[in-house]
Design a protein around this ligand. Structure first.
Ligand SMILES: C[S@@+](CC[C@H](N)C(=O)[O-])C[C@H]1O[C@@H](n2cnc3c(N)ncnc32)[C@H](O)[C@@H]1O
Ligand SMILES: [Zn+2]
Length: 464
């Protein structure tokens, strides 16, 4: 039975079976923190090309772009704040940019700002699977380490297949990479729920096959050096290794195939869902495509929420679920077959939690243009700030009895395009000025001060 809607729990601020239509960034930012159990994504891989659906297929007309450029896809505000708030992540992005290309850096920025929000949205016990391929998997792993922490890395799953074209100039490129991270060390994983039959070949065990006194078939593995025997029961599923064979990519004749470019097999996502979620849990895919993750969730009685830019996403998921016999249809006035309980919307939901943002840098800062007219002197700016904030360092909130302890500095460093205008000026004590240097903006400095325990004791009031 499909799970009840709306999604239970005090956190979700959307209904079960909601499909958001549009750029996922805005919806991600509008989802409550700690509200989903499992995120399984298959985003663009940075293949440097456009994908088109097969003509005359259910997905005909669908296309998405998988090319990235620094000028088009990256905002200076992101960079400023990534430097301040997530310097290690920024280093991972920059190293990709240097080692590979600007386009790779831009792609990682696009992913990073979204992955930061995804981490926030996961429950403390939640897991994320990020599907990619060798084009960017190594850079994405560095970014994931910076976002989730390398200790939260669980597996790099190699999904092997053998269909499709091959080159004569190198080994066949026939695997994808799925990076599996958890939000903490307390997470749900039931490998047996996604178990596969044991291979009884001599090669894999080299041991004797038999039946025990209760009639259970087993195979013994004997360690030659010590003579120790391990018994494996053949009626028990085996937890798959981190290299997955046996699930091929979809071929043109496959019944499952809808013609959507990059469609993944259901079996692959069902394996992930079975191991890393329970019935009734909330599964989320912000790059839904033709909804493989969501259909897998429906089949396994999980709740789901999805997002995609693609206009026909709704139509396709409705048709897929109907084909599977998982939903009942009613006629909808807009001409679509529309089941009552799938919400398809481009409305950004209202947050009902504390509205914490993982990536506040996405708030576009108002750029103050240097105004015309006579410029303020340093003295005038200094006196203005003293009058406004008192004889207090704006970096650590320490108060002084002598203004000579305070120095005039820039909020956004000059090297990052910060202007000399009063709107970009702050008063800092000597140690704060030194720590800030041209690395941090004021908010980054305050965060660093907090982290190092340098804030003045008492309430942190100036920029809460
Ligand atoms: C690789 S496909 C996903 C395929 C999917 N796993 C399936 O089996 O059908 C990536 C999807 O991400 C979507 N996408 C790309 N950028 C997006 C964005 N900023 N917001 C929402 N969706 C986006 C594309 O429209 C595309 O459908
Ligand atoms: Zn200070």
């Amino acid at each position: 039975m499909p799970a009840e809607s709306p999604a239970p729990g005090n956190c979700a601020n959307w209904q079960n079976r909601t499909l958001f239509h549009g750029d996922n960034l805005w919806f991600l930012r509008a989802m409550n923190s700690g509200s989903v159990d499992l995120i399984a994504i298959d985003p663009p891989f940075n293949k440097g090309k456009d994908f088109h659906a097969t003509p005359d297929s259910l997905a005909a007309g669908a296309r998405f772009q998988d090319r990235w450029s620094w000028e088009k896809d990256v905002h200076q505000e992101w960079i400023d704040q990534l430097k301040d708030d997530y310097p290690r992540l920024m280093e991972a992005i920059e190293s990709a940019q240097h080692a590979h290309s600007e386009g790779m850096g831009a792609y990682l920025c696009f992913m990073a700002v979204r992955l930061l929000e995804m981490r926030r949205i996961l429950k403390p016990t939640g897991s994320i699977y990020l599907h990619c391929d060798p084009t960017a998997s190594h850079y994405l792993k560095a970014a994931m380490d910076a976002i989730f922490g390398y200790r939260q890395f669980r597996n790099e799953i190699i999904w092997c297949y053998n269909v499709g074209g091959k080159s004569r100039h190198h080994w066949g490129r026939k695997h994808d990479v799925i990076l599996y991270y958890t939000k903490s060390r307390k997470y749900h994983f039931d490998g047996k729920a996604a178990g596969i039959p044991r291979d009884t070949g001599k090669k894999s065990f080299g041991g004797r096959i038999g039946t025990d006194k209760d009639g259970r078939p087993y195979q013994d593995k004997i360690v030659r050096a010590t003579g120790k025997i391990y018994r494996y029961y053949l009626d028990e599923p085996k937890i798959p290794e981190d290299w997955w064979t046996g699930i091929n990519s979809l071929q043109s004749g496959s019944k499952e195939r809808l013609g959507y470019p990059t469609q993944k097999p259901l079996a692959l996502y069902e394996r992930i869902l079975k191991a890393s979620s329970n019935e009734g849990d909330i599964v989320f895919d912000p790059f839904a495509g033709c909804a493989t993750t969501l259909v897998a969730a429906e089949r396994l009685d999980r709740q789901w929420v999805g997002m995609d830019l693609w206009d026909e996403c709704k139509n396709v998921i409705v048709q897929r679920l109907r084909k599977e016999g998982l939903i009942q249809n009613t006629d909808h006035p807009d001409g679509y077959l529309f089941p009552k309980d799938i919400v398809f919307t481009d409305q950004i939901p209202e947050r009902t939690d504390d509205k914490e943002e993982a990536a506040p840098f996405l708030r576009v800062k108002v750029r103050v243009k240097e105004p015309e007219g006579p410029r303020w002197s340093r003295r005038q700016m200094y006196d203005h700030l003293l009058e406004q904030y008192g004889c207090k360092c704006q970096g650590c909130d320490r108060e002084f009895d002598d203004p000579r302890y305070l120095q005039l500095d820039h909020n956004t460093p000059r090297s990052d395009g910060g202007i000399n205008h009063i709107s970009n000026r702050v008063l800092l004590c000597g140690p704060c000025n030194q720590l800030k240097s041209n690395i941090y903006t004021l908010s980054g400095l305050r965060r660093e001060n907090r982290r190092r325990g340098y804030m003045a004791p008492g309430k942190d009031t100036l920029f809460p």
